[in-house]
Design a protein around this ligand. Structure first.
Ligand code: TIU
Length: 240
């Protein structure tokens, strides 16, 4: 049975640096950049010289959380790092940085690299958005920069964010820091995020919850799945 996350009850799960509590109806699941450009060979991630196979490992854990969140009727936000076809939203500094084998906008194995609408820019099939979910194309690393995300979340009364996606220390951490400065309480699911550099992932996770949660909270997805499963067993009057 689908249960809308209308409960005003607060759910709590174990996390670092301390327990994370959230009202499901005021919480969005934010999935950062699970797009072919980063996860499959021939996309942006590989043009930067990375081994993209590392990132695919988190897909099953992300699927499990997404399925549980959807089953409870929770708000889902997907982001894609995506530029306009004319590159008018891609600063030359970003395009010219480093020595990638292909630059943003060049033709690659999955269409033009990091360009909206190209095959490589689509979210992977396993996590594809469904009707009613928010999809944000973002020209920067952060989900809030030059997007309407903050306004969309405010319109829906969202105060808490649960993050998954890639890469931990680049687009995920940047988005969490942007969220923090805008007043959101954020949780990062550690088995649902990955980096091309395992030690960067470990450091980024530590940076989020250090100093009393200077950016937010971190936890494995099992605790979240457990509280969502418990929610399904609440009597109706406590759900709504
Ligand atoms: N290169 C890298 O680690 N990440 C990005 O360029 N974008 C995101 O993290 N999505």
């Amino acid at each position: 049975m689908t249960t809308a996350l209308q409960t005003s009850a607060s759910l709590t799960l174990a996390a670092e640096p301390f327990a994370f509590s959230f009202e499901p109806a005021r919480t969005a699941l934010v999935i950062i950049d699970m797009q072919r450009d980063f996860i499959e060979p021939g996309g942006f991630g590989q043009t930067l010289g990375n081994d993209v196979s590392l990132l695919a490992a988190i897909v099953p854990a992300c699927q499990a959380v997404l399925a549980a969140w959807r089953a409870r009727g929770g708000l889902v936000v997907h982001t894609r790092e995506a530029h306009r076809a004319d590159l008018s939203d891609c600063p030359p500094a970003k395009r010219n940085r480093g020595n990638p084998s292909l630059r943003i906008g060049d033709m690659g194995a999955m269409g033009r690299i990091l360009i909206a609408g190209e095959p490589g820019n689509q979210i992977i099939e396993a996590l594809a958005p469904v009707a009613g979910e928010i999809v944000i194309d973002k020209p920067g690393k952060g989900a809030f920069y030059a997007t309407g995300l903050h306004e969309l979340l405010q319109q829906r009364g969202i105060s808490h964010l649960i993050f998954m996606g890639v890469t931990t220390e680049v687009c995920v951490q940047t988005s969490m820091r942007e969220a923090n400065d805008r007043g959101y309480d954020s949780l990062l699911l550690t088995d649902c995020t990955e980096s091309y550099f395992p030690h960067f992932k470990a450091s980024a996770v530590a940076m989020v919850h250090a100093q009393g949660g200077i950016v937010g909270w971190t936890a494995g997805s099992a605790g979240l799945l457990q509280v969502l499963a418990n929610l399904a067993h609440l009597p109706d009057e406590q759900r709504c």
